[in-house]
Design a protein around this ligand. Structure first.
Ligand SMILES: *Cc1c(COP(=O)(O)O)cnc(C)c1O
Length: 355
């Protein structure tokens, strides 16, 4: 896809099908195919997967392999790339199940905060970054860390879930691998779990695809189709979500502790984020006093729901400590949805007692 085109054009045409075909690929549910075509068995390949893989791969500039969840993508990638005794760098402040998964592998794990400082990568096999990190929203310099990883002979992977394929193109910044949960903003409607891996190297793509066929962590065609449906409106949804996040940031500035949104020019993440991200999104974090203050906020709000996950149509707030993230009890990850900005700001303002 022409990278000069705008984001709306790129997502709409990534999912639009060919002349003479339906607008958008339709789900194909077959387990077995008549031999002689591109497919033979549904665990090895499926036309609906390939439509989505071609759409996501074209947006990210690499070869995409889809999975039934973000964790299926991450765990399959890590098992495909790492061998017993290898050393791996992971973010200490990133998605908690990634750390849990690697803690159970027979590898040496070095945990580093996303904001650094980073150690030497000598002897490291794979550096996994998550930027912006979830839930803290720190960012790191992908291009600089890719250079450092490559100089040490390591591969560099980026969990791009928070940024989305429109918000950041890690492969263009020098990363070897993108992993992501499409459960969040890419699918965007809180009705499907999904994930993918996109890589620059065709050889690695084949290895990851073969691993999927062997371990059987395959997505359903209906779920792949739901993600294709969602992807077509990603530009529109991100635009409203970012507009809402910017307005909530302005509302909360100076009135709650540790307010973070990488799109705000006074955020500690902003300089690096503005240089490597193409656009910002609807996820912000802040801290209220304690559990009771978060519960009171949620009870008083009429538009913000208590829910984990983020990037959906609805504004949601998630007190991350309840799920075991190593963060303060009152830390809230707020996912701005697609409601009207005026309504959302008025609701959050009254719910926090700011009016
Ligand atoms: C949600 C999430 C995952 C896991 O994805 P699932 O689709 O829930 O399996 C991985 N990384 C990040 C950054 C996430 O936010």
């Amino acid at each position: 896809m022409n990278p000069e085109l705008g984001d709306g054009t790129r997502v709409v045409h990534a999912v639009s099908g060919e002349p003479g075909e339906p607008f958008g690929a339709q789900p194909v549910f077959a387990s077995a195919f008549h031999l002689g075509g591109p497919d033979y068995y549904g665990r090895a390949g499926n036309p609906t997967w390939r439509s989505l893989e071609s759409a996501l791969g074209s947006l990210e500039g690499g070869e995409c392999v889809v999975f039934p969840s973000g964790m299926a993508a991450i765990s399959t990638l890590l098992r495909a790339v790492l061998s017993t005794g290898d050393t791996l760098v992971v973010p200490s402040d990133g998605y908690f199940l990634t750390r849990k998964f690697v803690s159970e592998m027979d590898v040496n794990v070095v945990e580093v905060p996303t904001a650094g400082p980073y150690p030497s990568f000598a002897g490291v096999k794979l550096v996994l970054l998550e930027t912006p990190s979830n839930p803290g929203l720190d960012v790191c310099d992908i291009a600089a860390l890719a250079d450092a990883a490559h100089a040490a002979g390591a591969l560099l992977a980026v969990d791009n879930t928070t940024a989305t394929p429109l918000g950041q193109r890690p492969l263009e910044l020098g990363a070897d691998i993108v992993v992501a949960s499409d459960t969040k903003a890419v699918a965007g409607h809180s009705d499907v779990l999904f994930g993918h891996v996109t890589v620059a190297s065709p050889e690695l793509a084949t290895r990851v695809r073969d691993a999927r066929t062997v371990n059987g962590a395959i997505p359903g065609p209906f779920e792949a189709w739901l993600v294709l449906r969602g992807l077509g409106t990603l530009d529109l949804r991100l635009a409203r979500q970012a507009e809402n996040a910017a307005a909530i940031y302005e509302l909360l500035k100076g009135r709650v502790a540790n307010l973070r949104w990488p799109g705000a020019s006074d955020d500690p993440s902003y300089l690096v984020a503005a240089q490597q991200m193409r656009r910002f999104n609807g996820v912000l974090t802040f801290e209220l006093d304690d559990v009771a203050a978060v519960n009171e906020f949620l009870a008083r709000s009429k538009l913000v729901s208590a829910a984990t996950s983020f990037g959906g149509l609805h504004s949601t707030a998630d007190r991350r400590a309840q799920f075991g993230d190593p963060v303060p009890e009152g830390l809230v990850r707020f996912s701005a949805g697609c409601e009207d900005t005026r309504d959302l700001v008025a609701d959050v303002s009254q719910a926090l007692g700011l009016v």
